[in-house]
Unconditional design. Structure first.
Length: 261
């Protein structure tokens, strides 16, 4: 893949930061967005010390006024990204009655609203140019829901809806949409959302836990090859196939092995 301009949201840590590092190693220019400006600057600095090109923009991508302002700045300074990776996401795993109204809204803001706002901001120019790739990051929980994470699962389901709608909208254009999802990844997500890791369903043991580097590599390779469906490890695909083959049985297993009130 020739050198491209790649925008990544939620790039201050975890999979987002690792994707930025790997893309930079391949010679791409990175536009990195996140709320935590200090951590974001640290990611940029590390990329630059190894000869890469990265620019940081502190922004809450779940707020449309901030997205409008920052994307206008990006357009003036860098032009239109070739690849947009909607990676920003948050969310404690809680039953609905345990979840505050603010937490429900936070789950919707990132990833769903953030992805919708960012995609909308650049879509007119992408259509005019007739090229580009949009990667929407969700979770295995959106494919196979489990108990004890109501708002989180719902918001990740919304990302599937956004991806499927975009896929239909972009048919016949030079722009593609991809969906990326993983089961458990050893990342900073667990530190940022204390108490969530304990609610992983026991069925997770069927899928090997992957590192942040492995998850990021899957996305990087998926972007390079233009894949519409991006996940890892292979066992995740096996489990999803079994879920498609016998959904009632899988649903029963997920319910039986999930977190209980």
């Amino acid at each position: 893949m020739q050198s491209k301009l790649i925008l990544i949201t939620g790039a201050s840590s975890g999979i987002g930061a690792e994707m930025a590092r790997q893309f930079a190693q391949q010679g791409h220019t990175l536009l990195l967005l996140a709320r935590n400006s200090q951590k974001l600057d640290e990611v940029c600095s590390k990329i630059k010390t190894t000869g890469g090109q990265a620019y940081s923009y502190s922004c809450d991508v779940g707020e449309y006024d901030q997205v409008q302002a920052i994307t206008n700045t990006i357009k003036e300074s860098h032009g239109i990204p070739d690849v947009i990776i909607n990676n920003a996401g948050s969310g404690l795993w809680r039953f609905i009655e345990e979840t505050s109204y603010e937490e429900i809204l936070s789950n919707i803001k990132a990833p769903y609203l953030a992805a919708a706002y960012m995609t909308k901001a650049f879509m007119p120019e992408m259509l005019e140019r007739n090229s580009g790739q949009i990667v929407n990051m969700t979770s295995m929980a959106a494919k196979m829901p489990f108990s004890g994470a109501t708002a989180y699962v719902a918001s990740r389901k919304a990302m599937i809806g956004l991806h499927e709608a975009l896929t239909m909208d972009l048919h016949g254009t030079g722009i593609t949409a991809s969906l990326s999802y993983f089961a458990k990844v050893e990342s900073s997500f667990w530190d940022n959302n204390p108490g969530s890791e304990e609610r992983l369903p026991l069925a997770q043991k069927l899928i090997p836990i992957i590192s942040t580097e492995t998850a990021a590599r899957a996305v990087v390779n998926g972007v390079e090859k233009g894949r519409q469906d991006i996940t890892a490890p292979f066992m995740a695909r096996v489990i999803l196939f079994l879920n498609w083959l016998t959904p009632p049985i899988t649903k029963m297993i997920m319910h039986a092995t999930g977190y209980k009130r």
